[in-house]
Write a protein that binds this ligand. Structure first.
Ligand code: IDC
Length: 333
């Protein structure tokens, strides 16, 4: 090959390389998952941050009760991918009830939790493993099982940045200092044996509303957050004030469950009141999950009975709440 031919070949190769790299960079930017972008999360002061210490707000859905078909049938790759790609969710909560047919009554529900976690790993979204106490008001009722469960989960999944632990959904008729705090200390210790880093969300008294009370006697340790739950028709300004109080005390708050209805999860929906909450949470970069991804015939569910388990829903398959949440999430409001 003469010198000119050689130079031409070198130039062509350089051009191809440039095209290849710019092409692959721009396509990988589109394809970068939330976890690839943000990595291991951490709490700095009262704020959830990503691996680069930048404040981050996670937004997504909570499953419905996974022991019920209305919830479990939506735990599949297609459905969660649809929610990630079309509704922009970056977090998904796996609500594993303990009673009411849940883990304590039938440990087989764990298979659905594991399936959900593994899908979240594939999709690069954050997954909350929720020990969903409810009728069992006091987390100490099944403390031994919780310690064992979270030790097992942290051993299995603690190495992945996707994982968030929520150790007691909604304690009630118990006290923070006397009941919940000691429970949390034991469960946190069990998790930290295998997972030094991932976020742990701790439920608070009065169905996870009293983050203010918790913040007066917070737990020691890093990457801990306190759960505040609200239902727009039942809880408003005074609950936001409790959150403000906790944050002034340097405690980080995660709204791991909220609904557009009143606290019953059924009846009317309250979009205007919900929007006040959503704006407040965005302004303060407080993360949230909406209740619920399910098709039970109740107004807090986002889906109408029989909606496609694989996602790709028409408007007829979405409830009023579902249409509202879709708009909020997919248009980044
Ligand atoms: C509700 C479900 C409902 C079910 C009930 C009892 O929507 O179908 O019958 O639980 O299992 C919560 C709880 C959450 C509730 C929800 C609505 O965390 O489990 O789900 N809610 O009542 N806290 C406040 C409201």
């Amino acid at each position: 090959m003469n010198r000119e031919g050689y130079l031409r070949r070198v130039m062509m190769s350089l051009l191809c390389l440039t095209l290849f790299f710019t092409g692959s960079i721009s396509s990988s930017a589109v394809e970068t998952t939330p976890v690839e972008q943000n990595g291991h999360l951490k709490v700095i002061g009262n704020q959830l941050c990503n691996q680069a210490n930048q404040p981050i707000q996670l937004r997504g859905m909570s499953s419905y009760g996974l022991q019920w078909d209305n919830g479990s049938k939506y735990i599949n790759y297609d459905c969660l991918k649809y929610l990630r790609d079309n509704w922009n969710i970056n977090v998904f909560r796996l609500a594993m009830y303990t009673r009411e047919g849940g883990y304590i009554d039938d440990p087989a529900v764990l298979d659905t939790v594991k399936k959900g976690v593994e899908i979240a790993l594939e999709l690069g979204i954050y997954a909350i493993i929720d020990w969903h106490i409810l009728s069992d008001n006091d987390p100490n009722l099944h403390k031994a099982e919780a310690v064992e469960f979270f030790e097992q989960m942290s051993l299995l999944y603690g190495k992945y940045p996707n994982i968030i632990y929520e150790i007691c959904n909604e304690p009630h008729d118990v006290f923070w200092f006397k009941d919940i705090r000691p429970y949390a200390e034991s469960v946190i210790e069990a998790i930290r044996k295998h997972d030094q880093n991932n976020i742990i969300i701790i439920g608070t008294s009065s169905y996870s509303r009293d983050v203010d009370i918790a913040s007066d006697n917070p737990l020691s340790g890093h990457n801990l957050m306190y759960a505040s739950h609200f239902y727009a028709g039942s809880h408003g300004q005074s609950v936001r004030q409790q959150i403000d109080y906790a944050r002034k005390n340097n405690c980080a708050v995660f709204v791991s469950e909220w609904g557009t209805t009143n606290a019953s999860g059924n009846g009317e929906i309250y979009p205007e009141l919900a929007k006040i909450w959503i704006d407040y949470l965005s302004e303060n970069k407080i993360s949230w999950c909406n209740w619920s991804l399910g098709d039970k015939d109740e107004s807090s569910a986002i889906l109408t009975p029989g909606a496609n388990p694989k996602g790709n829903w028409t408007d007829a398959e979405l409830t009023e709440s579902g249409k509202f949440i879709k708009t909020i999430l997919s248009t980044n409001q």
